[in-house]
Ligand binder design. Structure first.
Ligand code: AMP
Ligand code: MG
Length: 470
């Protein structure tokens, strides 16, 4: 094999109850759909020009030298309910390269598969590739996509579907649920080792569980505010889908909003709207409370530790608010946000809700001074709001339009376009995938050749529900 990945395998030095050694299961006829060469270079991968070889390696059919593949153990709260054991049921970590995890998703059964087949169909693979790369291009911390491969095998879901494997890259795959499972098993030794590992890998300045907690809270607060600012709904913010690194992970039933509504839900399994757009900040804090709880055994559950951790968690909503205000102020051209700006932002969002405004295009119209072309401008409160906004901008020294252009993506992965891309892929046509990927590579740059990707769905194109990637 000429492909070279400079693998390290630091996770296997942790207590072996945290993972199971597991090779990916080879597939029948792997075919490469996409390889992210720029990311590959960043990971130190060399000699990656042979598509057949890339398909072999990123389908798990051949193992690259230096890989020590494992499936990781974790637990988690799913929709608020405790599940004592989950783990990588369809994923295998090949190893780390330049400090990043390289993981195959859809690569066959593992000891944690429960009743699943360990596989994925092509739809979720391409969806995650597009959405995660779009998030990265927007500047939102996220796992990345290194490769997408067709397996040549059939996967049985509601109907037979072509199988696919995504190669996911993350600064690590440690989740809140990784800590939770050790706490639940009263494995303080394992927990201590994991805390030290997490600090060394992500927060070298942190040297205690309290410092780790504080650092994760800060990253997660920034992350959820960033999601809100680009209109992203994660859809399944279970504690096993909440990273210690502060990266977005698990693009299952996620979606970008077209029409703005704080209660927007897409996930077919989110019956009560637990993970609705507007609930995300609260859920993020709830998840951090679970992390705090799982770290307490290291402090002998002492009153002082309970108090300290509680204080950190209780401070999170205000941290999120500050991040949220700053991001939304920038979306309105305000560089130095003051507390009063919150009303200005909230009032606009209310008018947007009432007029069923397109989230992304409204901020673009505001940036371009083209709001008169939208329904928003006809709302009875709009003129007054506009006047307040303009008066506020007069106190700005920076150029508001410049700030807005950097804060408001022009193109997002709209559900109907992602769906259309998947439908084309199922007929063997991957051109729409590559075009959509290209359209989202520079999401803040105006580009007439990608104008169609700015269009909200027509009534018959609206995607009302999204599904888990299983
Ligand atoms: P997710 O909702 O994608 O975060 O997955 C939740 C849990 O279900 C994780 O432990 C996954 O590994 C597991 N899982 C999801 N799909 C499959 C599958 N097809 N086979 C085995 N396990 C799966
Ligand atoms: Mg998951």
């Amino acid at each position: 094999m000429s492909l070279h990945i400079p693998f390290e395998n630091s996770y296997v030095d942790l207590p072996d109850r945290l993972f199971a050694r597991q090779k990916p299961t080879p597939v029948r006829a792997p075919k490469l759909i996409a390889y992210n060469a720029a990311l590959g270079t960043q990971l130190g991968i060399t000699n990656a020009s042979d598509d057949a070889e890339l398909a072999q390696v990123f389908s798990g059919s051949s193992l690259a030298d230096g890989s020590d593949p494992i499936a990781q153990l974790y637990a988690g709260h799913q929709f608020g309910n405790w599940n004592p054991q989950l783990g990588d049921g369809r994923a295998v970590l090949l190893g780390e390269s330049e400090g990043y995890d390289i993981q195959l998703k859809g690569s066959g059964v593992t000891p944690f598969s429960r009743r699943g087949d360990g596989r994925s169909w092509l739809g979720p693979v391409l969806r995650e590739y597009i959405v995660s790369e779009a998030m990265h291009a927007m500047g939102v911390p996220t796992t990345r996509a290194l490769a997408a491969v067709e397996t040549g095998e059939t996967v049985f879901r509601e109907r037979p579907q072509p199988g696919g494997i995504l190669t996911r890259v993350a600064s690590s795959h440690m989740r809140v649920g990784t800590f939770q499972i050790l706490a639940a098993r009263q494995d303080t030794e394992g927990l201590q080792a994991l805390v030290e590992y997490a600090c060394a890998r992500h927060y070298p300045h942190a040297s205690s569980s309290a410092e780790l907690l504080e650092a994760v809270i800060a990253r997660q607060a920034k992350l959820v505010a960033h999601w809100m600012a680009v209109g992203f709904i994660h859809g399944v913010m279970n504690t096993d889908n909440c990273t210690i690194s502060g990266e977005t992970i698990d693009y299952g039933p996620c979606a970008f909003m077209d029409t703005f509504h704080p209660g927007m839900v897409f996930s077919s399994i989110d019956h009560y709207g637990r993970y609705a757009y507007g609930n995300q900040p609260e859920i993020s804090a709830w998840n951090m409370a679970q992390l705090a709880t799982s770290l307490l055994p290291l402090e002998d559950n002492s009153d002082a530790a309970v108090q300290e951790f509680t204080k950190l968690v209780h401070a999170m909503p205000e941290l999120i608010r500050t991040e949220w205000r700053t991001r939304f102020a920038a979306k309105l051209g305000i560089s130095a946000m003051v507390a009063e700006d919150e009303t200005l932002i909230a009032d606009l969002l209310e008018i947007m809700t009432a007029t069923k405004a397109d989230f992304t295009n409204t901020f673009n119209a505001l940036t371009d001074g083209a709001i008169s072309e939208t329904a928003l401008s006809h709302h009875e409160d709009y003129q007054d709001w506009h006047h307040r906004w303009q008066t506020r901008l007069e106190t700005e020294t920076a150029d508001p339009q410049e700030i807005m252009a950097k804060a408001n993506p022009v193109r997002i992965p709209r559900n109907h376009q992602v769906e259309a891309m998947i439908q084309a892929a199922l007929t063997g046509d991957h051109a729409p995938f590559h075009t959509l990927l290209a359209a989202l590579e520079h999401p803040y740059a105006k580009d007439e050749s990608f104008a169609t990707f700015m269009a909200p769905p027509k009534p018959d194109e609206v995607v009302k529900q999204t599904f888990c990637g299983t």
